[in-house]
Ligand binder design. Structure first.
Ligand SMILES: Cc1cc2nc3c(=O)[nH]c(=O)nc-3n(C[C@H](O)[C@H](O)[C@H](O)COP(=O)(O)OP(=O)(O)OC[C@H]3O[C@@H](n4cnc5c(N)ncnc54)[C@H](O)[C@@H]3O)c2cc1C
Length: 408
């Protein structure tokens, strides 16, 4: 797609459909037949390293296909490999692609949803040249290296140090809960460059090569069984200065760009997790088996009403983003609604399944729900905890006084 050949939305739709028709299968109406097919309802990937590698490669291969056809980065600037088109074209592509069966882009989500937009906003020209096209083409996978053992909600307390050495920086420290670090090529890392400055002011952000000497990734197993995130250690890892994102000691502003995009990405995913899909149909099927139970009926009706309300809030927030506006506190409301609804699902399945949820009898559609019950606490923490979301809503929506802080 070139700058001079901006198509009309109708012509664009025609070329998207031509591409999808020749490269993907149309999705047929799928309905859950109790006892048939997979009964997985996992919130987090529960894969072996081999299965995970295969998922990553499949995601990359589809991304290459769509990128090479001109649909991989529809709204991106043309000088970095994007299509240079307005977000309405991306929205049209997304709605058309949904009709087809295409590989999940999950493994690339953090890189494309958070890291790439931050490189575009704050990277040097060289970093943009080196990474953006490759990321959007699926050749380069990115991860987010923010949290540390003593810095999560209070991100500005991070301790990983970066010390300047000529044209390079030397990084030492530890990150934790890094999703996808095990298959990432680059990471967006926040470091402390001035330990004497107030904590939000002494931070600097970099793009770090995850294959560089001194980077060590160790998997962390979560209670659902999988190991989709990691601890990452940095021992004298050298990063060139042109891999700095934003100003020296200006890392907090850069972090805010990433966090804003993170909330938007989670809101988008949330709608998918418990929207009308296989998991939802399995839930309804389970409900119909317990239609005589008044508590189960009430739980399900409550869940349904709250899911509808949450989906309208998400749609409002996403419409704002698509219109080029900043996602506001709606993203916090959307995230909080998502985790509350997951808790409602967990309570419902616990009520109707009882002991079948704690001991695996091999019966289809029963023990599998532990994936939701045990995965929900992780969702309540990832991307900003429930309590932090409540603070944002309290302060920015309801106008309550700011909570007291000990920060300098
Ligand atoms: C599945 C998953 C994936 C993740 N992936 C990544 C990743 O890829 N990269 C990355 O950098 N990080 C990642 N994280 C880390 C995540 O961002 C942090 O876990 C999160 O920010 C919370 O930080 P913490 O774990 O240190 O908890 P803490 O901040 O220590 O919180 C502990 C408890 O205290 C509460 N609390 C904290 N501050 C307040 C306050 N001001 N008011 C009221 N209550 C408060 C919290 O709500 C929580 O209940 C991931 C986490 C999960 C669960």
């Amino acid at each position: 797609m070139t700058e001079t050949a901006s198509p009309t939305l109708e012509d664009f739709e025609k070329s998207v459909l031509e591409f999808l028709d020749s490269n993907a299968e149309l999705r047929s109406e799928e309905h859950v037949e109790w006892g048939k097919g997979s009964d997985s309802v996992a919130l987090f990937p529960e894969k072996s390293p081999e299965e995970e590698r295969c998922d990553v490669e499949t995601a990359q291969s589809w991304r290459r296909q769509i990128f090479d056809a001109g649909f991989g980065w529809i709204t991106g600037p043309t000088e970095y490999g994007g299509g240079g088109l307005p977000s309405s074209y991306q929205a049209r592509y997304n709605s058309l692609e949904k009709r087809y069966r295409t590989p999940s882009q999950g493994p690339l989500g953090i890189g494309l949803g958070m890291v790439a937009p931050t490189i575009l906003a704050h990277g040097t020209d060289l970093a943009k040249d080196l990474y953006l096209r490759g990321m959007w083409r699926g050749d380069i996978v990115g991860c987010q290296l923010f949290s540390e053992p003593s810095a999560g909600s209070d991100l500005a307390s991070i301790q990983t140090r970066a010390v300047r050495d000529g044209d390079e920086w030397v990084l030492n420290g530890q990150k934790v809960w890094t999703s996808g670090a095990q298959f990432s090529d680059i990471g967006e890392i926040i470091t402390r460059t001035d330990p004497d400055a107030p904590k939000h002011k002494g931070l600097t952000m970099f793009v770090v090569d995850m294959h560089a000497p001194g980077v060590e990734v160790r998997p962390l197993r979560q209670m659902t069984g999988g190991a989709s995130f990691n601890e990452v250690f940095f021992n004298d890892v050298r990063v060139p200065d042109h891999h700095r994102l934003g100003d020296v000691n200006g890392g907090w502003t850069v972090a805010l760009t990433t966090l804003m995009n993170e909330r938007a990405a989670i809101g988008d995913t949330g709608a998918g997790i418990i929207g009308v899909n296989r998991t939802f149909e399995m839930l309804m099927a389970l409900g119909s088996m317990h239609r005589e139970d008044p508590i189960a009926r009430q739980q399900l009706a409550d869940l349904y009403v709250n899911m509808k309300a949450a989906s309208f809030t998400s749609q409002r927030a996403l419409a704002k983003i698509r219109a080029g506006q900043l996602p506001g506190p709606e993203m916090s409301i959307a995230k909080l609604s998502l985790t509350r609804n997951l808790q409602r699902i967990a309570a419902f399945v616990s009520h109707v399944l009882g002991p079948k949820l704690t001991a695996d009898t091999g019966e289809w559609g029963t023990y599998a729900w532990t994936e939701v019950v045990l995965g929900t606490p992780g969702m309540r923490v990832a991307g900003g905890t429930d309590e932090v979301m409540k603070n944002i809503i309290g302060e920015r929506v309801l106008g309550l006084p700011k909570e007291p802080t000990l920060a300098r």
